[in-house]
Design a protein around this ligand. Structure first.
Ligand code: NAD
Length: 277
């Protein structure tokens, strides 16, 4: 595959670009994941709450690429936080995926009102020790949540998957992750394909490089060192989003994109998101 890998803090290699399947119904997910793997993606990001682990698993089983060449991520939903419920939920996810291990297992949200993410993470450590998740990490954790985890558990999370795009650049989280050797993975890397891809600065840089706005935004992430997981169900866009290794943004481009940060969240604030508590 043409996608470079980053080395996680436990030595596991993770492709820097993968394929996300949020909001894709199970049958369509099977098709989209098959197309993505066929196009050259080797990393897939799903979650229990997406209700497409089965379709994702079917595509993986049928794709013909050896399991060890794929990188599969899934996530524990909020309602299942707690030690025993996490172990059960993980079994259910593996079963739906039809796999005997995942490459990365993430706590989907910290759910501060529930106060269970430390116990949950201890179950993750057990799953990791048993070899059933090659790496474990979190999603949507603010630095304060990570501080607490680092103080009360022993395996440093390999990844924190957070909302991140040029309009929400997350400088504080990125600096915290860098300091603790936690990889930053960007969700909604394209800003959900909404306003961001029409922003004149992005469009102008795309024109300059004879690339698309989506490719410019993905290139920005890669040059910052982020892991990205763009989503599309359109085969031409699936291919387009992977074709980002043949050009480079220059210092002027990066400076212009840096100026787009406006702290604009598309998703919930992790400090207050307690669905499933
Ligand atoms: P995204 O930023 O990847 O945008 C996807 C949308 O952008 C598509 O639905 C399409 O409308 C548009 N698009 C895609 N490629 C395009 C292209 N080449 N040109 C023009 N438009 C294009 O948004 P996302 O799906 O929210 O995020 C990606 C993945 O991140 C998800 O699928 C999921 O795996 C993950 N995610 C995780 C969390 C979390 O809480 N951990 C939350 C949201 C998303």
């Amino acid at each position: 595959s043409q996608v470079p890998s980053i080395t996680l803090n436990n030595g596991v290699e993770m492709p820097q670009l993968g394929f996300g399947v949020w909001q894709v119904p199970d049958d369509e997910a099977a098709k989209a994941v098959a197309t993505a793997i066929e196009s050259g993606y080797r990393s897939i990001d799903t979650a229990a709450i997406y209700e497409n682990e089965q379709g994702t698993g079917r595509a993986i089983a049928a794709c013909g690429v050896p399991r060890e060449e794929l990188f599969v991520t899934t996530k524990l939903w909020n309602s299942e936080q707690g030690y025993d419920s996490t172990l059960r939920a993980f079994d259910a996810s593996l079963d739906k995926l039809g796999l005997d291990y995942v490459d990365l297992y993430l706590i989907h949200w910290p759910v501060p009102a529930k106060g269970a993410y430390v116990d949950t993470y201890k179950a993750f450590e057990k799953i990791h020790a048993d070899g059933r998740a090659k790496a474990i990490g979190v999603s949507n954790f603010l630095p304060g949540h990570l501080e607490r985890l680092l103080g009360e558990t022993s395996v440093v999370p390999a990844v924190n998957q957070i909302e991140l795009h040029p309009q929400l650049q997350q400088a504080e989280s990125r600096a915290f992750h860098a300091k603790h050797d936690i990889a930053t993975e960007a969700w909604s890397p394209l800003g959900q394909g909404k306003g961001l891809l029409e922003v004149p600065t992005v469009v102008a840089i795309a024109r300059k490089h004879d690339r698309t706005a989506a490719q410019v935004v993905l290139r920005w992430h890669l040059q910052l060192g982020n892991v990205v997981i763009p989503k599309s169900v359109t085969p031409s866009r699936i291919a387009e989003n992977l074709d980002v290794f043949g050009f480079e943004l220059d210092a002027d481009d990066l400076a212009a994109l840096a100026a787009l940060d406006e702290g604009k969240r598309l998703g919930p604030d992790p400090a207050e998101f307690n669905v499933g508590a």
